[in-house]
Design a protein around this ligand. Structure first.
Ligand code: GTP
Ligand code: MG
Length: 136
């Protein structure tokens, strides 16, 4: 089985959507939430997390948004969970995301798209180390 790093972004926390989003993840057969924390994300952590986007026009406003209030970080384990959580989330642009997906149901703004999920096994291991350095 696989594991993935998920962030419920500050817009999800501010809008009271944490329970709704966690519920969708929790209800998938055989998936387990193995770590979960509500926390204010520090700039250093976000700079590591979004290193691939340094220099892009959306980078600075993205880091600022991600530090604008508490977020929920979690690790989810289970069958095909990396592609599975990204499928639940929908595409980056919420207007392009189908209804039924998290971004498609609740989002309109590209930056404020509610959820992050690791995009590969390599990304997942890198990101889990950033957010949960104590996790094996
Ligand atoms: P994450 O799961 O958050 O990594 O989203 P993603 O993998 O769907 O998108 P990507 O890694 O390409 O970009 C990271 C985040 O930057 C996105 O989730 C958006 O919040 C933001 N972002 C990406 N592209 C754009 C863009 O063109 N404009 C703006 N304003 N924000 C963007
Ligand atoms: Mg990404």
């Amino acid at each position: 089985s696989q594991r993935t790093l998920v962030l419920l972004k500050p817009d999800a926390v501010r809008r009271g959507l944490v329970g709704e989003i966690l519920g969708r993840i929790e209800k998938k057969a055989g998936w387990t939430i193995s770590a979960l924390e509500l926390r204010q994300l520090e700039r250093e952590v976000l700079e590591q997390h979004y290193a691939e986007h340094v220099g892009k026009p959306f980078y600075e406003p993205l880091v600022e948004f991600m530090a604008s209030g508490p977020a929920v970080a979690l690790v989810v384990e289970g069958e095909r969970v990396i592609e599975g959580v990204r499928a639940l989330a929908g595409p980056t642009d919420p207007i392009a995301a189908a209804p039924g997906s998290i971004r498609g149901d609740f989002g309109t703004i590209v930056r404020e798209n509610l959820i992050h999920a690791s995009d590969s096994a390599e990304s997942a291991e890198r990101e889990i180390k950033i957010f949960f350095p104590g996790l094996a």
